[in-house]
Design a binder for this molecule. Structure first.
Ligand SMILES: [Ca+2]
Length: 429
């Protein structure tokens, strides 16, 4: 794996780098910014790259950079730049719109000429250029008898005792005025669980199509966050941001979805949460800089720890310090066997064998994907509940989660995971 070196923008810095690396021409130096996909884990998308600009780049420098490379590509508004036809053939040389939140700026190019790629890489404000990858979305599903399972996840989060009392909060209207962005496979808007509270946001795989859910994953997640009978924040608005289909996303579809949600939330100016039940190995393309900017803008970001039964710190966005990272627990207050763990986990929530809506009714699913929206739902409920938090910064919410939950009740074994279980009671009347 090549190490990325961020470009030092001073002439002295460039000179220093050339001396240190013993390089004599710019193309060798430029290769340090270029990262090809790791074929062992993910399938790469050939000839499609995500270009990330330096956070220090000024607007004038960004504009200059885009102008300098203008004409090499067809500039398209579609966040889904690739237009691959059968046999993975390029649909034309294209460049997508600038994806921008705060100091984070990136765009996608596809089917370029090699010399055009070199032109981009050689620009001092280009921090890194990474080959696009296909991210597999872990469904971790278990289809079992839904009737006998009940809503143990909702039951667990309204009581301190580990012995379930079959009582859970079913108040309607909780979380009104709060928007929850479900960055996932879309949402089946017409499902009775959503009662008109689900909106179509954007489809980052095809801008000309609606973010309809064809997989079910996004609908499961949305239902746990804010479903009418199986969710927590039963009055919140759900906004579908589609980044995956057929259990696959790309690094750029996820990036485009997150940037779209952050900018949309800023426009709507309401308390908002971004739920991201998706992740991948951190070295493949990290989301740290982007999510740091999103949180700085006021959006609360809740992410899944992942289901690899390993260290969450090895995955992104689970490892992002500014995100609230959620591990999954069982009905018996044990960490789920598949859940990622460790010091990057902020909170544990029930996520094993939980009831959720799917495209054709209801089903049972397991995994951190389904523990995560429970946390999003509890936050949404508290942003507008009887003990509401008002419209606090994401940092205040993170502190509140840490202090207000159940301490030391989960069997975390020797995983080094903070022993904090989600507790949603404070918001309920
Ligand atoms: Ca209960």
């Amino acid at each position: 794996m090549m190490r990325i070196i961020r470009c030092d923008r001073t002439l002295a810095g460039i000179f220093y780098l050339v001396i240190v690396l013993g390089l004599t021409n710019s193309s060798e130096l430029d290769e340090q910014k270029l990262r090809r996909a790791n074929l062992k884990r993910n399938r790469r998308i050939q000839d499609e790259y995500i270009v990330t600009l330096s956070p220090d780049a000024t607007d004038a420098e960004v504009s200059d950079h885009l102008n300098r490379t203008k004409g090499k590509f067809q500039d398209v508004d579609d966040v889904h730049v690739g237009d691959r036809k059968k046999n993975n053939k390029c649909g034309g040389r294209r460049r997508g719109p600038l994806m921008s939140v705060g100091t984070y700026k990136a765009y996608v190019i596809t089917c370029f000429k090699e010399k055009d790629l070199e032109l981009i890489i050689s620009d001092n404000i280009v921090a890194k250029v990474e080959e696009q990858q296909i991210i597999r979305v872990d469904k971790s599903c278990t289809n079992v008898d839904t009737q006998s399972r009940g809503l143990w996840n909702l039951d667990r989060i309204n009581q301190k005792s580990s012995v379930l009392d079959n009582i859970y909060n079913s108040s309607q209207g909780v979380g009104v005025n709060v928007n929850i962005y479900i960055v996932d496979s879309g949402i089946q808007k017409g499902h009775p669980e959503f009662g008109g509270r689900a909106e179509f946001g954007v489809n980052c795989l095809n801008s000309y199509d609606t973010p309809t859910d064809k997989d079910g994953h996004g609908t499961h997640v949305a239902g746990i966050a804010a479903g009418l009978t199986v969710g927590v924040a039963r009055g919140a608005t759900l906004i579908a941001v589609k980044v995956s289909e057929n259990s696959e996303a790309t690094t750029s579809s996820v990036t485009a979805g997150i940037t779209w949600a952050a900018n949309d939330a800023a426009e709507r100016n309401k308390p908002a949460i971004l739920n991201l039940s998706i992740g991948w190995p951190k070295e493949d393309h990290d989301l740290n800089q982007l999510i740091a900017q999103v949180v700085k803008k006021g959006l609360i970001v809740v992410v899944a720890a992942g289901n690899e039964a390993s260290d969450a710190c090895d995955y992104t966005p689970a490892n992002v310090p500014d995100a609230i990272t959620v591990a999954s627990s069982t009905k018996y207050d044990e960490l789920a066997a598949s859940s990622n763990t460790g010091m990057c986990v902020d909170i544990i929530a029930p996520g094993e064998k939980v009831l959720c809506p799917d495209l054709h009714g209801y089903t049972i699913h397991s995994g951190t994907s389904f523990a995560t929206p429970l946390v999003s739902g509890v936050i949404a409920a508290n942003l507008n509940g009887s003990h509401n938090l008002g419209n606090p910064s994401p940092y205040v919410v993170a502190n509140w989660l840490e202090e207000g939950m159940l301490d030391g009740v989960v069997d975390v074994k020797a995983t080094g995971t903070a022993n904090i279980l989600l507790f949603g009671e404070p918001c309920y009347d």
